[in-house]
Design a protein around this ligand. Sequence first.
Ligand code: ZN
Ligand code: ZN
Length: 363
Amino acid sequence: MDRHARRLDAARRAVADAGADALVCGPGRTLRYLTGVDESPSERLFLLFVSTSRDPAFVVPELAVEGLDSAPVDDVRTWGDDAGPDAALDGLLDDIDPDSLLVGDRLWATVLLDLQSRLPAATFDPAGPVVASLRRRKDGAERDALRRAAEAADAAMRDVRELDAVGRTEADLASYVTDRLAAHGGEGVAFDPIVAAGPNGADPHHAGGDREIRPGDPVVLDFGTRVEGYVSDQTRTVVFDGDPPEGFERVHDVVREAQAAGIEAVEPGATTDDVDAAARAVVEDAGYGEAFVHRTGHGVGLDVHEEPYVVAGDGTRLEPGMAFSVEPGVYLPGRFGVRIEDVVLVTEDGCERLNRTDCGWRG
Ligand code: ZN
Ligand code: ZN
């Protein structure tokens, strides 16, 4: 069976298990996951319905039909700009006749409001939990794409370490990173690269600005790319030249040890809470608990942030095929920040580390 047919079939069963009649989503990552169709959201109505009583169906603009080649969906209801989508959509809703719908998290509010007015007696709930239950366990093709995306990021990080970065600006280094990701087979950037030098590193989401990198500056470098839509996301904290500030080496050792402890805790049957606790305990024992201001990690896939989230209270039991980051950090305002991040894949008996470059701070 084609992988998209398999995913649509799994989605139909998950919708039934959730006690709903149909799942509806618009253009976005879930549509791409289920059908392979990579369509951008627009004002023209474009919907996929996965119902428990019928085969999956599209309501799409005539102009979009050519983009549906990868989708194993035979029931395609098209509409033209002259007539508008009403007849196509009402015809399908009559056929499905749903009492309860699960709605994609990123469906436009205007579309949801329109569906609610067409189906006044139906209930609408978020599709998020059903979608996450499907997407969080990666299949063979997805694992392979994640590995290749991680390899491209690793290769770019090796290039960065070779660079004489002192005197360059953060923004200049960010554009160098972008070029190297593409040179190593990446499809663009998964998010704007973070290059944060000196005190800027104490802001976990600092974007590369016009600060010049000075000797002794710890530089937080956090970037990723995509391969077949699947992301990489890794971080190293590097001192390119000169002596780091007082206290930096100790903090870097703590974060590195915390990251290793987090990865050590990854195995089937453990929970995301266990991984968070393992990393956080090292930081807390060293007296920096207050300075570790974010969760330990997040799932990766077609989205840079997706389930499961590695944080106390998430409670996801790890299963083979789950992929997520382990990225503890310590942030000391006015001084510097340290973060180390790798993506790991849960395997049958432990975990596979997808990023493999040196974690040390010397550039
Ligand atoms: Zn990152
Ligand atoms: Zn991350």
